[in-house]
Design a protein around this ligand. Sequence first.
Ligand code: ZN
Ligand code: ZN
Length: 365
Amino acid sequence: MAPLAPDSAGRLDKLRRFMKRQDLQGIVIGAAVNVRYLTGFTGDSTFALLGTDEALLVSDGRYSEQLAQECPDWPCEIRPPSLPLIEAVARALQHLGWRRLGFESHRLTVAEWLHLQDRLPEATWCPLASAVEDIRVVKDAYEIAYIREAVQTAEKAFQEWLGQVESTATEKELADHLETALRRHGAQSSSFPIIVASGTHSALPHARPRPVPVADADWLLVDWGAVCHGYHSDLTRILIARTISAKLEEVRAWVREALERGLQAARPGARASDVDSAVRRTLAEAGYDRFFCHGTGHGLGLEIHEAPFLRPGHDTLLQPGMVFTIEPGVYIPGWGGVRLEEDILVTTEGCQVLSQLDWRLKARG
Ligand code: ZN
Ligand code: ZN
């Protein structure tokens, strides 16, 4: 899968053009996910220092070998165990001599930033809330191939698991079985702690599976995803346990309709908030909008939740290559919750749903 290579040079080029516009001599990247995106290094505890022509990774001895394998083109400074990472970064920056520096204000700790300011009193520090994230928001072909693989892996594991659902099992056991199935089908791991929620417990959008048998429940809410090569998928389905009640059928139909209208709104040039309002308006027609207590969706990629965020007030313009979820839900306290979630890719025409899995599913057993 994904025979293409990541466009590493293109990514660095975009960041350097940004630095030029902001008149930055250097940029300090400490978030592991952003270091990975820029360099290919999959470890942690490592900073990438990027200048307009120079670049340096500051890491430690645990990673010497891995750095040589994963990013052979990047010069590395390996700090001794006695030297704290942030002090090694400060010394490297003193040596590089950059004066106007960008840093990840949403990722660096206050203690780290104070330390850097203290050690480089001459430098001007420019907070950057989302420099690398702004580049990551549009996926290249390499990333899209791996996200597709993550979606397909999640689907295959789910279908196998669905054939084995026993009503005597507990929510926790079912979630554990699904996680095992994900790994067996090639996932590195689950994208997040899997949600299997039955009965009124499904009214909690982020329900934690309980050691409670699902036998008496009318339906199960299952939210799961796979990580493949660092890329995430995230799907939610409702499993009908026996005959569907009129109320459940009605709520599910409205949630499905909201999802459909979200899909119609997701196209290049639309704002992220337009998708959210299409979904929210649909649920309002049924009087269910007050039970929809979260955003409509979130970007997917190297992180499970990343830009773009589809919420009221988020006016990011959608572009081809963006990948995100659309996940309307109705959570009625004392009754239960219904959510349907799809992963979608914005195309030049509109959008493409990456999952093939039916939304009208029945549990066996
Ligand atoms: Zn989800
Ligand atoms: Zn989600």
